[in-house]
Design a protein around this ligand. Structure first.
Ligand SMILES: [Ca+2]
Ligand SMILES: [Ca+2]
Length: 300
């Protein structure tokens, strides 16, 4: 199955044997199912963009990315597997149903490589996890955005250590370094309903970590925990665009902790927690500014 599907995908490593007609599109098929079988999950490639589309029922998507300039992605969707090469942008639309999407960067990004992962979780209660390993090398950029839309979402981004309560993989003692001129850009939107969003970063930060984690409407729990290791010279956020944990409307539980262990005066922390409407309870380190929190706790 694995080898056969990879032949059907544009941009795959396997070339179509000469003399055969082109396969018009990627149509996963399973042995023994009747002809009217409709795939629950489809993959399509246009240029350097891979689009993974689920259906109205629960879909399980997993993407493993080797982070090379000519990417090799190992994609699994509802048990259908494929290898896709030459991708810089990954779009996932899982539509309705309780979907589960995991993006796994296995070995950082090579120098000057850009990668965009854009996930639309559709309606219902969904899970999104990004597990990042390795180094974002000089000039590389990784952008991960996820929109929960309606339903209660569980979102985790783990870079260097697991967020508290994370369901994802645990890489004890690891770190994700972001080299000079490189950036990690995270935009997580919980959407309506009660969402649980957690972000964790640990590493030598010589580039930039940009973050927006927003619970939107509903009673949300949003947390970000950042540790800049010794020698870091880069920035969390920027003066014009601070890294932000936001509750949105209703009563929220917000945490934004930044431990700057760089030992370096050039490392910058531009971080903000924003309760917005409702009765919000916030925990933050003193280097994180605050607005709209009815209960504000400064922690070590
Ligand atoms: Ca779905
Ligand atoms: Ca929400």
């Amino acid at each position: 199955m694995f080898a056969r599907l990879s032949k059907l995908l544009p941009g795959s490593t396997k070339r179509r044997p000469a003399g055969r007609r082109p396969v018009p599109s990627f149509v996963p098929r399973l042995e023994g199912l009747e002809d009217r079988y409709v795939p629950s999950c489809t993959l399509s490639v246009s240029g350097s963009t891979l689009t993974i589309t689920g259906d109205g029922a629960a879909n399980t998507v997993r993407i493993d990315d080797n982070g090379n300039a000519v990417s090799t992605l190992s994609v699994s969707c509802d048990g259908v597997q494929a290898i896709v090469t030459g991708i810089t942008t990954i779009r996932v639309n899982t539509n309705g149903g309780s979907d589960d999407v995991t993006y796994h960067l296995t070995n950082g990004l090579q120098t000057n490589v850009a990668r965009t992962v854009d996930v639309d979780l559709g309606g219902d209660d969904d899970v999104f996890e990004a597990d990042l390993e390795g180094t974002l090398r000089t000039g590389s950029n990784l952008t991960v955005s996820a929109d929960g839309r309606t339903g209660a979402e569980y979102m985790r981004v783990s870079a260097g250590r697991p967020p508290s309560g994370g369901l994802g993989f645990v890489f004890p003692g690891t770190q994700v370094n972001i080299q000079s001129g490189a950036s990690l850009n995270l935009d997580l939107q919980g959407g309506d309903s009660t969402d649980n969003i957690g972000v964790s970063y640990r590493g030598e930060l010589d580039g930039t970590l940009n973050l927006l984690a927003d619970g939107n409407a509903g009673l949300d729990t949003v947390s970000a925990n950042v540790e800049m290791l010794a020698g870091s010279t880069g920035n969390v956020g920027s003066s014009g665009n601070p890294a932000t944990v936001r509750g949105g409307t209703h009563d929220d539980d917000l945490t934004f902790v930044v431990h700057n262990n760089s030992g370096n005066s050039t490392a910058g922390v531009y971080a903000h927690v924003e309760g917005f409407w409702g009765h919000d309870v916030c925990h933050r380190t003193s280097n994180v500014s605050v607005t709209g929190c009815e209960e504000d706790f400064v922690v070590a």
